[in-house]
Design a protein around this ligand. Structure first.
Ligand SMILES: Nc1ncnc2c1ncn2[C@@H]1O[C@H](COP(=O)(O)OP(=O)(O)OP(=O)(O)O)[C@@H](O)[C@H]1O
Length: 470
């Protein structure tokens, strides 16, 4: 066999040690024929003592003798050795079509080693998740003003203003709490503008890790940094050329990036990272945030000049609690959408449910309403959503209605009064705020956030879903 025959025997041992840190070979009867020094060291034996013994007498919890008998591989199995969980792979050894034994490898000496690998991979997984999300988002159909449901005075005024300015080329700043429909507004403005035939590129400034944001927006040249793609990469400003870029959560953009963004808006040209030449871009910017940008400017957290540039047309989208008269019609619209998704027909809301929904303060706005209705459809047998189908926090909403409304009204008309509301509501708002804050700290890493909050991953995901946190 050319290839191995001329390689000195003692080299082979070294090569095996390098290729698989721990490796063992048994014959069909399960007798160890070979075990490398890495494995011996790990289980505290020597090759001389182990070779010739049955594998069960040398390695704890082994299944090598079974694989050598059945010829069926046993991959990525967890095997406990010396009190540590290891990842073992066991392969049947087939030579010239005949099963002659089995080869086993062990991948991690201990959970810490596994953890070390996992943390490295995690950053890549997060990056992949982000790109997957964006890809799915970009494929979604665009919305128009017909998709913006609501007849209340407050909402109609915002919608009318947005329709009026969609033809202009000026920057738009959309202000509103999370889940009020800022992204929907941005789609609608783009769809009725002269730029509609060109791309609409949404960017969530809060969910992109800071070190990726610059290359994401501006692109980079080949060799600009380690890991830069061959041929470089276009940034989203270039991708959005002649169209609209939607900068969601602009209040979360780091100050260093704010200066770079301002430069693009002023000069209307981009320079890729590591590049020398500037490329002209013609992009309309629609920015959105749930944060108080004016206050951020006063506190030095947001550049004033950028604020002025973005705030040419300001559209404020009212929260759901300030347009309770829209809840029924939005609910109906969402039910239609959800019925299609779940292949159901004609789902209604009972009168009690409508009243209950109108009394809730909706910290997560329409996204929260959508989640509540989706949950209700999932537990519903008939065609009418009743109180029992609502989540507990809405069902147990015992209140003294008139007192509650009076206090809420007072709070709304006097900002110095802390809003008086059911404790559950306050707890829900605090939970939501706390999750959002921690996600900002972990730059969107949900596993890390759950750890910092000291809650389980499942409970973390449930809460994100409940409060409409993406
Ligand atoms: N007026 C509306 N009519 C119907 N559906 C709406 C309306 N406004 C928002 N929605 C729905 O509510 C959900 C949240 O909307 P959207 O993502 O636009 O909110 P947002 O303000 O951008 O939220 P965030 O600040 O958290 O990104 C979406 O599923 C959207 O389709």
């Amino acid at each position: 066999m050319k290839g191995l025959a001329h390689i000195p025997y003692h080299w082979l041992e070294e090569i095996i040690n390098l290729a698989a840190e721990r490796i063992v070979l048994v014959d069909r009867k399960g007798i160890i024929q070979y075990i490398n020094s890495g494995y011996c060291e790990f289980i505290g034996t020597t090759a001389e003592s182990a070779i010739g013994k049955h594998v069960q007498d040398v390695i704890e919890n082994t299944r090598m003798h079974i694989v050598a008998q059945t010829g069926h591989a046993d991959l990525a199995a967890v095997q406990s050795i010396n009190g540590s969980d290891m990842i073992a792979n066991r392969f049947p050894l087939i030579v010239d079509g005949e099963l002659v034994g089995a080869v086993g490898t062990v991948m991690f000496r201990n959970p810490e080693e596994w953890w070390h690998y996992q943390t490295k991979i995690q950053a890549l997984v997060e990056e992949l998740k982000y790109y997957k999300n964006r890809f799915e988002k970009e494929l979604k159909s665009k919305y128009s003003f017909n998709d913006l449901i609501g007849n209340s005075q407050a909402f109609s005024a915002s919608k009318k203003l947005a329709e009026r300015v969609s033809g202009s080329q000026s920057s738009v700043l959309l202000l509103g709490e999370s889940g009020t429909g800022k992204e929907l507004f941005a789609h609608a403005i783009h769809s009725s503008s002269t730029r509609a035939a060109f791309p609409f590129v949404p960017i969530n400034c809060a969910s992109i890790p800071e070190h990726l944001l610059e290359s994401e927006l501006f692109g980079y040249e080949e060799g600009a940094f380690t890991g830069a793609k061959k041929g470089g990469k276009k940034g989203q400003f270039q991708n959005a050329n002649f169209g609209t870029i939607f900068l969601d959560e602009i209040g979360d953009m780091p100050l260093s990036m704010q200066s770079k963004l301002l430069r693009i808006l002023q000069e209307k040209e981009v320079q890729r990272i590591g590049g020398q030449k500037s490329t002209p871009v013609d992009v309309r910017v629609i920015a959105a945030t749930h944060r108080d940008l004016e206050k951020m400017v006063q506190e030095g957290e947001f550049r004033q000049d950028l604020y002025y540039r973005l705030n040419v047309i300001k559209i404020e989208i009212p929260p759901l609690r300030k347009r309770k008269e829209d809840i029924q019609i939005i609910g109906k619209h969402l039910l239609k959408k959800l019925s299609r998704k779940f292949h159901r027909t004609e789902i209604n809301l009972s009168a009690d449910v409508i009243a209950r929904l109108q009394n809730h303060l909706w910290p997560g706005n329409i996204r929260e309403l959508e989640n509540v209705l989706e949950r209700a459809i999932n537990v519903l047998d008939g065609k009418t959503i009743e109180l029992i189908h609502l989540p507990l926090y809405l069902r147990d909403h015992e209140e003294n209605q008139s007192l509650h409304q009076k206090l809420t009204f007072e709070a709304a008309n006097n900002p110095s009064v802390f809003p008086v509301q059911p404790l559950k509501e306050t707890v829900a708002q605090a939970e939501k705020q706390s999750i959002q804050n921690v996600l900002r700290v972990t730059q969107g890493n949900k596993l890390e956030a759950a750890k910092l909050l000291e809650i389980s991953k499942t409970s973390f995901y449930e809460k994100c879903k409940l409060y409409g946190i993406k």
